[in-house]
Each structure stands twice: as structure tokens, then as C-alpha cells.
Design a protein around this ligand. Structure first.
Ligand code: ATP
Length: 471
């Protein structure tokens, strides 16, 4: 049954709190803006999203390897990557109501015109706005006990740079050859001006990024390939393709390092939003880190904002330390990079929005999360009809068997209808009921979440049956 989009977000926020998917961070202290905690159900769901990504991007492929780099990096990495100078959003404050806005969000034309609005967009306020200022989104922190500028570094705002700085290590420690990719998942931090739309824009979030290194000249083909692969990943996990679109960035508005960018967007209840960006980053990052490597020897702890990087020497660069020796071509070059960069929290939120459904059964509205079985936090629940006549013991034995292979749950705590509803609300694809007949002939009832149909299955073929249903 289609759920009214304007009401969906509110219903979803309530459901995810009620059933333990998502909580506001530090809620007992009144919360902290832009940070979220995943509860018992949410942590399983997000883990399944990340596992599905890892499987598709690393395990099922021969040409991509994994990495887990540290969140804190040498500050020069952020100078070289351009984040210290450029990772900033234009912001503006209202002098009357004190609200802070991202200028490009309240006036999309700002990017082209450079002319900032002057009056608060809040119709109830309409106060005068300050001039626009650049606000760097990186969180600063200090290494060691003395908060002096020499020890200043940043919480990473993306996982990608940890991959670039390890390019050489990975090439030297594996036998992998271009074209190949390095993938990583992990926390990133951005001091977003306006965290909002639930987990969509948070200050602490998790990314799933892959840098695919290829020979210059083959980059356009690989770019198209990865756009296709990434779209297909969402389709394979059951996403409604009417709500997914690819949006190519305008050539004129591309980031300084990018030759082409296409976003995968999902139609959230609050409008279209980016799930991931696929960018052709050219050889920008590896080149920059080569410059960074040469510059770091001259750095004595000065403010990195003004620290001049050693100039680029084109000839030397294609044979420098971060270049790659192609033994088929017998030459060195700096590989080009195609980057599919996704957000684990945004993907999780999109799958939740997509899965939320209501239908009417026995004159009652049923809330059901129609999650793909691979994403469902609990795959199968075992429910003894009553807490007597040996049913709990039999149920526990079946549960013990199933949990060896799947995340299963045992629940004997309320009327059976109520227990079904609970499982529907967290998206459990299968419920197994132990009843009087189980005690006589060993059969159990299997109820499917989506159709609510029930069938009797002999307990000794249950495992195979569940396996087929969850495939
Ligand atoms: P936006 O334009 O929405 O700020 P972005 O283009 O800056 O996003 P990227 O730098 O391309 O985002 O990061 C890659 C992915 O990381 C995004 O597609 C998104 O899924 C995720 N991501 C980025 N910022 C956030 C955030 N503040 N909260 C949650 N996820 C984020």
C-alpha cells in the first residue's frame, strides 16, 4: 500500500527508534546535533549494507583489494590533497535570528553568480544576513598532550586519502597490476553547517569508497563501467529503480580535480538526495601526494594553510615515487583514478525508506519493512505457540540449529499475532512457529513476511527451505 511521502519520514523516525534501529546520539543529555547511534537492529542492517558492498566490490572480484587506514593522518596529506584550502562550504548568518545557512543551499544560483542573498530565508524572520564566508568542514584535533599548532591534525573528512597514501604499499605488497582498485569502509567526519534529514547529512558518518587505478586513456571506459556497476548494486538489493536516478554533473561545475562526475541519487521523502558520487579524479591525487612527499621535508610545523608546496615538475612527476611501472608497456605513468564513493548511512536510510510499507490485515494496519533478505537484520525468528507442552524446548533446539548459519531470534513472549507484527516491523523475512503438530509429527509452520502465507514444512528439511527462501 503506498505510504504518503509527506508522512513517511516521521513514521520512519518513530519506527526506527521504537524498534532499535536508530537513536539520537547522547539522547539522555538532550542529544548532539548531526550524530546518530545505531541500535541492535540498526547495527545489523548497516553491517549487512556494508557487507553487501564489500562482497560486490572486493570479495567477488579479482581486481580490487581492501584496506583499513587510520582516521588520523599526517597533516601534510590534507595540505596536499587540497582539503585545507578547499574543503569549505560558503556560509552565512542571520543577524536577527542567528540561524546559520549554507549559501548554496538557500540560493543555488550562488555557485554561478557569486552573489549571496541579503535577507534571511525564514519568512518569519527576514532579518539581514552577514556577508558569505568560507567555512572549512574538517574537524581539527591535536596529536599528543600539547595543543600547539605543530601537532594539529584533522579527523578525516573522507576515507579516500588513506587509500592514495597507501598506493605504493599496496602495489609493493601484492602482485596486483593496473587496472586495479583499493576499497575501504570507515568513519569520516565533516563539521556540516546544517546537519539534517535524519542520518542523511550527519557530522560523523561512514563511507564506502573505492579508488580504481587505470591506465590514462582507458579512464572514460572505466568510468562508464563503474557507473553501471554501482547502479546495479542497488538494483540487486531490491531498490525500487523508479526512485533511483543517475545525475551527471555539469562539466562547468565539476570539482577542480574531476574530469567527470555522476551521482547516484535516491528519491527520499524529502526529495532527491545523493547516495554516492562516481568521479573520474584523473591523476590529481597521486600527483598531489608526490608534491606533498617532496614538501614535507621542508615543513617545520608552520601553518599549513600558507605553507607553499614544492612546485610540480611535469617530466619528473610521471616517473616519481607514486608512479606505476607498467610491465606490458614498459613505461612509467601516474594512473588515473575512478572513484565510486558511497555513504553507508545514506544507503541504509534509502533502503529503510524504500522498504517501509503498510498494509491492512484482519482490519489492522500492519507496518512491514520489505527489506531484501540479505539486508534484513534478522533472517528468521523461531516462535513457539505457547510456553508449555515441550514447545519452548523444541523451539530452542531449532533456533540453536538455525543460528549457526543465520542471524536468528527466539521469541516466546506474547500472543503469536503480536510476535508476527514485531518481526514484520523489523523486516524479518521468515517466522517459524512451533505448535501442537510439531510435537506430534515434527513439522513446523513457516510464515513469509511479504505474503503472510504460511506453509507446513518437515523440520528436518527446514534448513534447506530457509536457505532457498533467503537466497
Ligand atoms: P553532499 O553534496 O551531499 O554534501 P558530497 O558530494 O560532499 O555530499 P562526497 O564527498 O562525494 O559527498 O562523499 C561521498 C559520499 O559520502 C556521499 O555520496 C554520501 O553518501 C556520503 N556523505 C558525504 N557527506 C555526508 C554526510 N554529511 N552525512 C552522511 N553521509 C555523507
Amino acid at each position: 500500500m503506498p505510504v504518503e511521502q509527506s508522512a513517511l519520514m516521521e513514521k520512519l523516525v518513530a519506527l526506527t527508534k521504537r524498534r532499535g534501529f536508530l537513536f539520537q546520539s547522547s539522547e539522555i543529555y538532550g542529544g548532539i546535533n548531526g550524530c546518530w547511534d545505531y541500535g541492535p537492529m540498526g547495527v545489523e542492517l548497516k553491517r549487512n549494507v556494508k557487507d553487501a558492498w564489500w562482497r560486490a566490490m572486493v570479495r567477488d572480484r579479482d581486481d580490487v583489494v581492501g584496506l583499513d587506514s587510520s582516521i588520523l593522518m599526517h597533516p601534510m596529506a590534507w595540505r596536499a590533497s587540497g582539503h585545507i584550502a578547499n574543503f569549505a562550504d560558503p556560509m552565512i548568518d542571520c543577524k536577527r535570528c542567528k540561524k546559520r545557512y549554507r549559501v548554496d543551499e538557500i540560493d543555488p544560483a550562488y555557485e554561478d553568480t557569486g552573489i549571496a542573498p541579503t535577507v534571511c530565508p525564514d519568512p518569519k524572520c527576514k532579518g539581514e544576513l552577514t556577508a558569505a564566508r568560507k567555512f572549512n568542514l574538517m574537524f581539527e584535533t591535536h596529536l599528543g598532550p600539547v595543543a600547539e599548532s605543530a601537532a594539529k591534525t584533522y579527523l578525516r573528512p573522507e576515507t579516500a586519502q588513506g587509500i592514495f597514501v597507501n598506493f605504493q604499499n599496496v602495489v609493493n605488497s601484492t602482485r596486483i597490476k593496473v587496472p586495479f582498485g583499493i576499497a575501504q569502509q570507515g568513519k569520516s567526519f565533516r563539521n556540516e553547517i546544517n546537519p539534517r534529514n535524519f542520518t542523511f547529512r550527519s557530522r560523523e558518518f561512514e563511507q564506502m569508497e573505492m579508488e580504481f587505478f587505470c591506465k590514462p586513456g582507458t579512464d572514460d571506459t572505466w568510468f562508464e563501467y563503474w557507473v553501471g556497476q554501482r547502479r546495479q548494486w542497488y538494483a540487486d538489493l531490491g531498490m525500487n529503480m523508479d526512485k533511483l536516478r543517475l545525475r551527471q554533473h555539469d562539466q562547468a561545475k565539476l570539482s577542480h580535480y574531476s574530469k567527470a562526475t555522476t551521482d547516484v541519487e535516491y528519491l527520499f521523502p524529502f526529495g532527491w538526495g545523493e547516495l554516492e558520487g562516481i568521479a573520474n579524479r584523473t591523476d590529481y591525487d597521486l600527483r598531489q601526494h608526490q608534491i606533498g612527499m617532496r614538501s614535507v621535508g621542508k615543513w617545520q610545523g608552520q601553518d599549513l594553510q600558507d605553507f607553499p608546496l614544492v612546485d610540480e615538475d611535469k617530466e619528473e612527476f610521471s616517473s616519481g615515487k607514486l608512479s606505476y611501472f607498467d610491465d606490458e608497456e614498459k613505461r612509467r605513468y601516474i594512473p588515473f583514478v575512478i572513484e565510486p564513493a558511497a555513504g553507508a548511512d545514506r544507503a541504509t536510510l534509502a533502503f529503510l525508506c524504500d522498504a517501509y510499507d503498510e498494509d491492512v490485515a484482519n482490519n489492522e494496519t500492519r507496518v512491514v519493512l520489505r527489506l531484501h533478505p540479505r539486508l534484513a537484520p534478522i533472517k528468521v525468528a523461531v516462535l513457539p505457540l505457547v510456553r508449555k507442552e515441550g514447545m519452548p524446548e523444541r523451539g530452542q533446539a531449532i533456533y540453536g540449529d538455525l543460528r549457526k548459519r543465520w542471524n536468528a531470534m527466539y521469541d516466546d513472549s506474547a500472543a503469536i499475532g503480536k510476535r508476527y507484527r514485531r518481526q514484520d516491523e523489523v523486516g524479518t523475512p521468515l517466522c517459524i512457529t512451533i505448535d501442537g503438530d510439531t510435537m506430534k509429527d515434527g513439522s513446523v509452520t513457516v510464515r513469509e513476511r511479504d505474503s503472510m502465507q504460511q506453509q507446513r514444512i518437515a523440520a528436518d528439511v527446514l534448513s534447506r527451505f530457509v536457505e532457498e527462501k533467503l537466497a
